[in-house]
Design a protein around this ligand. Structure first.
Ligand SMILES: NC(=O)c1ccc[n+]([C@@H]2O[C@H](COP(=O)([O-])OP(=O)(O)OC[C@H]3O[C@@H](n4cnc5c(N)ncnc54)[C@H](OP(=O)(O)O)[C@@H]3O)[C@@H](O)[C@H]2O)c1
Length: 258
C-alpha cells in the first residue's frame, strides 16, 4: 500500500472519472456537481439531450470538466456503445437512475413491475459488470456507489416493485463488494430517506405528509437534494478506502426513530 496522503487530499477526486446515472436533475445532479467540484471529470447521464447539454454548459462555463452521457440505463447495448466510445472507463460509477410506480399489488401489471426492476436493479448490475470488466481489462480498479432507499430493507403497502428493486440493489451492493474487492474495487450504497426532489414535489407541500414528517423524522424536515452529495464524494474518495459493502443511510434519523 502507498503511504497515506494528508487527510484533506484524501477527500479529493482529482484525476478520477465519474459516471453518474440519472444526473440531469434531483439527487444525481447534486452528486455530479459535487464530484466535479471535488476534482473529478464527470459524465452526466440521462435520456434528455437538451437537459444534459444545459447542465454541462453551465458547469463547463464555471471551469469544470463535465460531459453528457446520453443513454437509457435500461438499454445496456446503448450504455456499452457509450462506454466503448470513451478513451477510458469511468473509475467511479454511481448507479442513481431509478423509476417508481406506487400501486397496490393487484394494480401493478407484470410489465410495470419489470420496468421498476429494470431501471433500478438490472441496469445497475449491467453497468457495474460492463464498467468493472473494462477497468479490469486495463489493469485498473474503481468504486461503485448504488443509490438504494430506506424502502429497501422495509416495506409499506402499495410499493412492492420499488421495495423489491431497492432491496435487491442493496443485496447486489454486498455481492459486488465481496466479489470485486480482491481486484481493488470498493462498492457501497447510499440509502436516502425523504428528499425534496422534483419527483417528490407533490408530497412536500401535502399537509398529511407534513404531519408524517413532523412525527417520524427527528429533524422534522425533508432533506434538500444537495445534502446527499457529501456522502457520495466521501464514499468515492480515498478517505473511504476501507469502507466496502456498506449502506450509508441518509434520513435524518427517521429509520432509527422508535
Ligand atoms: N428523492 C428521494 O427522496 C429519494 C429517496 C430514496 C431513494 N431515492 C432514489 O434516488 C435516485 C434519484 O432520485 P430523484 O428523486 O433524484 O429522482 P428524479 O428527480 O426523478 O430524477 C431521476 C433522474 O434519473 C433520470 N432517469 C430516469 N430514468 C432513467 C433511465 N432509464 N436512464 C437514464 N436516466 C434516467 C432522469 O432524467 P431523464 O428523465 O431526463 O432521463 C433524472 O435525471 C432514485 O434511484 C431514487 O429511487 C430518492
Amino acid at each position: 500500500m502507498t503511504p497515506p496522503s494528508p487527510h484533506a487530499e484524501r477527500f479529493s477526486l482529482a484525476g478520477r472519472r465519474a459516471l453518474i446515472t440519472g444526473a440531469s436533475r434531483g439527487l444525481g445532479w447534486e452528486i455530479a456537481k459535487a464530484m466535479a467540484e471535488a476534482g473529478a471529470r464527470v459524465h452526466i447521464n440521462g435520456r434528455d439531450a437538451g437537459a444534459l447539454d444545459k447542465r454541462c454548459r453551465g458547469m463547463m462555463g464555471a471551469g469544470f470538466e463535465v460531459s453528457p452521457a446520453l443513454f437509457d440505463v435500461t438499454d445496456i447495448g446503448a450504455a456499452e456503445t457509450w462506454l466503448d466510445a470513451q478513451a477510458e472507463a469511468p473509475d467511479i460509477l454511481v448507479n442513481n437512475a431509478g423509476l417508481r410506480h406506487r400501486n397496490a399489488l393487484t394494480d401493478i401489471p407484470p410489465s410495470a413491475f419489470a420496468q421498476v426492476i429494470d431501471s433500478n436493479l438490472n441496469s445497475a448490475y449491467a453497468l457495474a459488470r460492463s464498467v468493472a470488466m473494462r477497468l479490469k481489462d486495463s489493469g485498473r480498479s474503481g468504486t461503485i456507489i448504488n443509490i438504494t432507499s430506506i424502502a429497501g430493507p422495509r416495506a409499506r403497502p402499495g410499493d412492492a416493485a420499488y421495495t423489491a428493486a431497492k432491496g435487491g440493489l442493496e443485496a447486489l451492493t454486498r455481492s459486488l463488494a465481496v466479489e470485486l474487492a480482491p481486484d481493488g474495487f470498493r462498492c457501497n450504497a447510499i440509502a436516502p430517506g425523504y428528499f425534496a426532489t422534483e419527483a417528490n414535489a407533490p408530497w412536500v407541500e401535502d399537509p398529511g405528509v407534513k404531519k408524517f414528517v413532523d412525527a417520524r423524522i427527528p429533524m422534522k424536515r425533508w432533506g434538500q437534494p444537495h445534502e446527499i452529495a457529501g456522502a457520495a464524494v466521501f464514499l468515492a474518495s480515498d478517505a473511504a478506502s476501507y469502507i466496502n459493502g456498506h449502506t450509508l443511510v441518509i434520513d435524518a434519523g427517521m429509520t432509527i426513530n422508535f
